[in-house]
Design a protein around this ligand. Structure first.
Ligand code: FES
Length: 114
């Protein structure tokens, strides 16, 4: 399926494993940084992407980039990507393509409100 290149939403998992690695702080920082930049992309908490051991996880929707193991030090590059730059490839290398496609299909289906 072809996918839109647009990024409307940044979904950050805030379930237990990702939260224990600082995902709530990542969500707050990305939210603030985008607001300061005047960017209207929404940053939202997500229940769980099913790759808990590799978190913090975040997915850019509908564009489809999944970032794994995100650290505070990665935020600058992620913001740059959201604002039209290149994806941060080192944070996508461990992503299981089948799980990524499943999550994107679930998001696309509307089964989960985002
Ligand atoms: S706890 Fe974050 S992916 Fe499951």
């Amino acid at each position: 399926m072809s996918r839109s290149n647009e990024i409307r939403t940044c979904l950050v998992c805030t379930n237990v494993d990702c939260a224990s690695r600082g995902s709530a702080q990542l969500l707050d920082e990305i939210t603030q940084r985008l607001a300061v930049a005047g960017n209207s992309i929404q940053v939202k908490s997500y229940l769980c992407f099913g790759a808990c051991q590799d978190g913090p996880n975040m997915v850019l929707y509908p564009e489809g980039t999944w970032y794994m193991g995100v650290q505070q030090s990665d935020v600058d590059e992620i913001i740059a990507h959201i604002q039209g730059g290149e994806p941060v490839s080192r944070l996508t290398e461990k992503v299981d393509p089948a799980l990524r496609d499943l999550i994107l299909d679930i998001l696309e289906s509307g089964m989960v409100e985002i």
